[in-house]
Design a protein around this ligand. Structure first.
Ligand SMILES: Cc1ncc(COP(=O)(O)O)c(C=O)c1O
Length: 395
């Protein structure tokens, strides 16, 4: 349990963690590999390597790499990476620049911003920091797996609450499912459905949740949402509510392999999330990724262009599927569609598409065994998917 600093050990003991659970916490803190254990998406992808498919539309990645200014900034900073904390030509620390840039773009004070190597780690630590044997986690069903994975890994109670008929989070049922939980997890837009939960519902949950808990609002896909840059939960972080607003560079910015994300929340929440390793490990960010992130965040025209391309390609895909009389769950406001095969299982369809060189998501949502998630790729990717579809599916 050496990875846990003494303060963290005291904190976990006080909150009722058993020795076994503390070992698990130490494992979670100690290894980056733990992210793969906790996140079924990554575990799935790793199990299945090598991945020979020509068309990769299984993991909600963006279809092309980082934006051109980000690639240029990455290359330019590489020669300074002999330093742990390099500065730019003007002597300004590059990591500090990231926080300043996020602050400008998001209109959130610098001391409310905490960068991390990806957002999965933030989700897992939120469970560690706010859940315990007596204070569980509550999530939607289906939703993204890391909060649930971390709860199971740590052995804290987990409640999964069905989405509403319109596929938004049922915040009232979530609170009723565990009125004394430590974490309420809302993914907006949701993964795997791409559906939105009204901000009024999120605000209701924040106003009515028990003291000592947090609402984790995961906005991994918010850049694809129709209202963006409006419609974020930033105002809740700024107002000092008990929220963690999680963001990632893995989606619209095309940086999944570069491992960069951040969250916005009150300074004391940031300190608590950082506290489990004394705050040191979490500050070690990959500098090429930081430089890439800074240059990408401010490229608002390119962000808008990517969203436009995505919306067009998603509409083209919905149109194709509706002409084949296939039901799509939604509407999706993100880079994914849930396709209901009705009589075939997601496992069968994964194998059938894989045989055609197309990698779609595997069966990951037990509540919907006959539904597959298809990530929206480039127009060419999707044309390849359509061709494979017509070979695989008899409509
Ligand atoms: C909702 C959601 N949150 C977080 C993540 C993980 O983000 P990161 O790559 O920053 O760890 C994903 C990745 O698919 C996701 O779908």
């Amino acid at each position: 349990m050496n990875e846990l600093c003494d303060l963290a050990k005291d904190d976990l003991l006080r909150r009722g963690y058993s020795r076994r659970q503390m070992m698990r916490a130490a494992m979670m803190i100690g290894g980056a590999a733990a992210a793969a254990v906790l996140d079924p998406e990554l575990a799935w992808a790793q199990d299945d390597r090598p991945r020979p498919a020509k068309i990769q539309i299984g993991l909600n990645e963006f279809w092309t790499g980082p934006m051109a200014p980000g690639v240029a900034a990455t290359a330019a900073v590489a020669s300074r990476c002999n330093r742990y904390w390099p500065a730019d030509d003007n002597g300004r620390m590059i990591i500090t620049q990231l926080v300043k840039t996020i602050s400008q773009v998001e209109n959130v004070p610098e001391d409310h911003i905490s960068p991390w190597p990806g957002s999965n780690i933030v989700l897992a630590r939120a469970v560690l920091a706010y859940c315990s044997p007596t204070r569980g986690a509550v999530q939607a069903d289906p939703t993204y797996g890391t909060v649930g994975g971390a709860a199971k890994f740590l052995g804290v109670p987990l409640k999964s609450v069905p989405l509403k008929a319109d596929y938004s989070h049922d915040v009232k049922a979530m609170l009723a499912a565990d009125p004394n939980a430590g974490v309420y997890y809302v993914v907006n837009p949701n993964n795997p459905t791409g559906t939105m939960t009204p901000m009024a519902d999120i605000e209701w949950l924040v106003a009515n949740k028990p003291a000592g808990s947090v609402v984790v609002i995961d906005e991994a896909y918010i850049h694809f949402a129709p209202d963006y840059p409006n419609g974020t939960a930033n105002h809740l972080a700024i107002a000092g509510k008990d929220v963690i607003v999680a963001r990632t560079f893995s989606k619209i910015f095309g940086m999944a392999g570069m491992r960069l994300g951040y969250f916005m929340g009150r300074p004391d929440i940031i300190e608590k999330i950082k506290s489990y390793d004394g705050g040191n490990l979490s500050q070690m960010l990959p500098i090429p990724s930081v430089a890439c992130g800074i240059a990408s965040l401010t490229a608002s025209d390119l962000i808008a262009q990517r969203r436009k391309d995505l919306v067009e390609t998603r509409a083209m895909t919905v149109d194709f599927l509706s002409k084949r009389n296939v039901r799509v769950i939604g509407p999706s406001h993100a880079n994914m569609l849930m396709v209901d095969w009705k009589t075939k299982t997601a496992r069968e369809m994964l194998a059938a598409f894989r045989a055609q060189g197309v990698e779609i998501a595997g069966p990951r949502w037990p509540v919907w065994p006959n539904v597959s998630r298809i990530t929206i790729g480039s127009k060419d990717d999707m044309r390849g998917f359509f061709e494979a579809f017509d070979k695989v599916v008899v409509t």
